[in-house]
Design a protein around this ligand. Structure first.
Ligand code: GNR
Ligand code: NI
Length: 173
């Protein structure tokens, strides 16, 4: 097991489009386990491979209260999305300290391959629905701040560059 470094916005690698996974082998399972360890350590509810600079269609999530329900989604697809939309506050491990409202489908039906390489489907609502849509955006190279106004996005970029510089200075002291 290992924790992986998380790319921080505005790193251009966050805009890479992920490739489908052709074989779910031990290397993919190892990556999923390392991503789960990274996600739990960072207290996130989800993590996309894009965020750890691996450009393959792999997501891990755990939206349970107890944080004991790890999910692995390989090559996820939205089979159905409700017309009803929901506006909720989002955050992102790649954009720490920034939270803002994003409009998403209220409910989605998802198909993916699991850690065992077998397909499964599930219906999601609430945080799980938001999280799947947020993570699938990462796989397409999209970060949630791209739904915000240009003005907000420019302010966030400036803040993140400054924060990353400060964090690096702190680490080298
Ligand atoms: O930990 C996370 N919390 C969260 C809250 C509201 C909407 C989406 C998320 S996902 C985020 C982790 C993350 O950055 N995943 O890509
Ligand atoms: Ni995110």
């Amino acid at each position: 097991m290992a924790q992986l470094p998380i790319l921080r916005y505005p790193d251009p690698r966050l805009h890479t489009v992920a490739q489908a996974i052709t074989v779910v082998d031990d290397a993919v399972r190892q990556l999923a386990d390392d991503m789960l360890e990274t996600m739990y350590a960072a207290e996130g509810v989800g993590l996309a491979a894009t965020q750890v600079d691996v450009h393959r269609q792999l997501i891990v999530m755990d939206t349970s209260e107890e944080r004991d329900q790890p999910m692995v989604l390989i090559n996820p697809e939205i089979l159905w999305a409700s017309d009803e939309m929901h506006v909720g506050e989002e955050g992102c491990l790649s954009v720490p300290t920034i939270y803002d409202e994003v409009r998403r489908h209220a409910r989605v039906k998802v198909r993916a391959l699991g850690r065992d390489g077998e397909p499964y489907e599930f219906d999601a609502e609430g945080l799980t629905s938001v999280c799947v849509q947020h993570e699938m955006d990462h796989l397409r190279g999209k970060v949630f701040v791209e739904y915000l106004s240009l003005l907000k996005r420019e302010r966030i970029k400036t803040k993140m560059v400054k924060k990353t510089r400060e964090d690096q200075a702190r680490r080298s002291r």
